[in-house]
Design a protein around this ligand. Structure first.
Ligand SMILES: *Cc1c(COP(=O)(O)O)cnc(C)c1O
Length: 366
């Protein structure tokens, strides 16, 4: 049997006609950038996340950069984030001119450990950027308590966690602003790059809308220097349709995760730990295994796709050498890099495929 890590074709087949029809409409209109389709999607996205505003942008990376720029984060500023995340989290902080200050993760959830944040706050700290990794929200109550105490905005990197809930509230509605990615591998995937910023703050929403069009509120008149962060109408049209199916896909992923948990119980495989406050959308199903690289190779022999998110902690990346971090500085993040392995979890997986993937994994770790 062959079980791919992710197969987007099955999902597309179920909505092919519907999607092709709206793409045709956009082509007939020749109205490609922003416009009514983007506005409609923004409205439905904000309703889904429970936020007052959603601003469609060109990617998850641009959502983060736009948010940092709209918060006036610049040279000399510090932003706190975890070192165990996709590169964009810290990359955008540096692109805004600021310094990422890493705080190690909780080894059980892989999310930033709130207990480490207080010590990392200095007079230069301008924001806290937790990441809701693999579809599970960071521990937001203690993070928000600290943010409130120090008067700092919390930017949620919710790229992997659209729809995830913490104490019943959705990701992006747990901080000052939430950043989403619609990269095709995310739970809500576009047909290319796309992203969004969600917020309950009216002024900030206005600022982000200007920021995504070069700081312009009125064509060819610029209030400040922004970026080119616009969302394409073709992507909004696809996302609008897919958003209607999102909750069902989350449920299918959760069901797949529950089956893995049952099949892998009592083995050498450490299955994901979900905090009681959390309702995970399992963008990835990441387990910890001994001899990870050999296990991954054995799975490949069996035809089971697996991937390593992430092989190198951000504090060890060549491009961040100037931050002066060294091996051993963030032990939980480094340990996760050595043992983590993502298994197929996408909604359309068949039960027999999960059973085969789990059995192959148990054989590989034996
Ligand atoms: C995917 C991702 C991003 C970036 O999103 P893009 O749409 O690929 O630019 C940022 N942060 C995290 C945690 C991600 O997983």
């Amino acid at each position: 049997m062959k079980v791919k890590l992710l197969d987007l074709q099955g999902q597309y087949r179920t909505m092919r006609d519907e999607i092709r029809a709206v793409l045709d409409e956009v082509c007939d209109n020749q109205d490609f950038i922003l416009g009514p389709r983007v506005e409609r999607f923004e409205k439905h996205l904000a309703e889904y996340c429970g936020t007052k505003h959603a601003i469609g942008v060109s990617s998850g990376t641009d959502a983060l950069l736009c948010t940092l720029m709209a918060l006036d984060i610049k040279a000399g500023d510090e932003v706190i984030c975890p070192p165990f995340t996709f590169f964009a989290t810290a990359g955008c902080i540096v692109r805004a001119g600021a310094k990422p200050v890493f705080v190690d993760i909780d080894p059980r959830t892989f999310n930033i450990d709130p207990g480490g944040i207080g010590k990392a706050i200095t007079k230069n700290t301008k924001a806290i950027m937790p990441v809701h990794l693999f579809g599970q929200c960071a521990d937001m109550d203690p993070i928000n308590a600290l943010a409130c105490q120090y008067g700092l905005p919390v930017i949620e990197d919710a790229a992997q966690a659209i729809g995830a809930k913490y104490n019943g509230k959705r990701a992006c509605n747990l901080g000052f602003a939430g950043c989403l990615s619609f990269y095709p591998t995310k739970n809500l995937g576009a047909f290319g790059d796309a992203g969004a910023i969600c917020t309950n703050d009216d002024d900030f929403a206005v600022k982000c809308r200007k920021m995504r069009v070069h700081g312009s509120g009125h064509t060819y008149y610029h209030d400040f220097v922004g970026g080119m962060f616009r969302l394409s109408a073709l992507q909004a049209a696809v996302l609008e349709i897919k958003l209607r199916h999102l909750e069902g896909w989350h449920e299918a992923r959760r069901k797949n995760a529950a089956l893995y948990a049952e099949l892998l119980a009592g083995s050498k495989v450490t299955i994901p730990y979900i905090q009681p406050e959390n309702w995970s959308v399992y963008n990835q199903y990441c387990v910890l295994v001994p001899n990870r690289d050999q296990v991954k190779a054995k799975l490949a022999e069996k035809g089971v796709g697996a991937a390593i998110y992430y092989p190198l902690s951000l504090h060890m990346q060549t491009c961040f050498a100037n931050l002066g971090c060294k091996e051993g500085d963030f032990p939980a993040s480094e340990e996760a890099c050595k043992h983590i392995l993502a298994l197929p979890i996408y909604p359309e997986l068949r039960e027999e495929e999960i059973r085969y993937a789990a059995a192959s994994l148990l054989e590989a770790v034996a």
